[in-house]
Design a protein around this ligand. Structure first.
Ligand code: NDP
Length: 280
């Protein structure tokens, strides 16, 4: 049974979900249908991925009740103007074919765009909570000072901050800022996007071998034991099943410490730096 994490607005989110970045739109319905068959009940998509329709189609075809699948999407970078937030959210509901969304995130803070004003974007996101069609509001790629600004201005913290986290980039400053405000961390790129080399790291291989598990399973288990929410992505059913099968073992404190020690700080990032990322 996948554990739930209780968010600060008293809603529950499954700690393990399925990611859909770079899942091509014409393959999304197939891929997400397989993930639901494997047992995932939490799907992470984004307006910017162009595949919300496929996610919605898979959920509808699965025959699962709407309330049994947790759905997250994200406000795309070109829609930060407060007037665009609601219409853009409506489009997401339409593309997914649902009448409510569990979680909507500001995808990137874009501090060098929109005159640096992501505060009014956050206010507009909070406004979406009023009529019940959005259950929870959060952010993604927010650095500690970005979090301080939106919380200072509105008195309301996002329920989650979805940021890059994997053994080569622990993102500790952001994790501790989140902890101090009761914000749950969602770890994107939990496997280092399959390209950081972390899946071949000796500390990971040792931990995997000790439990008869694969390197990906050892890394995903490390995330779970840190309390982060994860949604690894795979186009392949065997890997979807592998990544989901991480509840029957636990890393020892020594194994966790050995994987913690792999953190390379900022040089371990595989994705862009949110302080400068400005693609719209
Ligand atoms: P992941 O860390 O989940 O890695 C995905 C890559 O790893 C793919 O190339 C996949 O290949 C490969 N892979 C998956 N499972 C295994 C396995 N068991 N063994 C070996 N290789 C494996 O990266 P993502 O970037 O996809 O991150 C997860 C999710 O986080 C995204 O899908 C998206 O939903 C979200 N995200 C959010 C961002 C944000 O800015 N908020 C940014 C990036 C991601 P294959 O598909 O061929 O199996």
């Amino acid at each position: 049974m996948v554990p739930n994490i209780e968010l600060s607005d008293s809603t529950d989110i499954p700690q393990i979900g399925f990611g859909t970045f770079l899942v091509p739109p014409d393959e999304t319905a197939r891929v997400v249908a397989e993930a639901l068959e494997v047992g995932y009940r939490h799907i992470d998509t984004a307006q910017g991925y162009g595949n919300e329709e496929g996610v919605g189609e898979a959920v509808r075809r699965s025959g699962l009740a709407r309330e049994d699948v947790y759905l997250t999407s994200k406000l795309t970078n070109s829609k930060h103007a407060p007037d665009d937030v609601r219409s853009s959210f409506e489009e997401t509901l339409e593309k997914l074919g649902v009448d409510y969304l569990d979680l909507f995130l500001i995808h990137w803070p874009l501090p060098t765009r929109y005159d640096g004003d992501f505060v009014s974007t956050w206010e507009a996101m909070l406004g979406l909570l009023d009529d019940g069609r959005l259950r929870s509001a959060g952010v993604s790629n927010f650095e500690p000072d970005h979090l301080e600004r939106i919380i200072g201005a509105t008195g309301r913290a996002p329920v989650v901050n979805q940021v890059e986290v994997h053994p080569y980039f622990g993102n500790e400053a952001v994790r501790s800022a989140c902890a101090s405000h009761g914000i749950a961390v969602e770890a994107w790129g939990p496997l280092g996007q399959g390209k950081s080399g972390v899946l071949e790291d000796p500390a990971v291989l040792d931990a995997a071998r000790a439990h008869g598990k694969t390197p990906a399973q050892a890394i995903l288990r490390w995330h779970l034991q840190r309390g982060d929410i994860i949604f690894p992505k795979s186009m392949h059913r065997e890997r979807m099943a592998e990544n989901f099968d991480i509840l029957d073992f636990a890393l020892t404190a020594e194994e966790v410490a050995a994987i913690d020690a792999l953190d390379k700080g900022a040089s371990g990032r595989v994705g862009p730096d949110p302080k400068t990322f400005d693609r719209v």
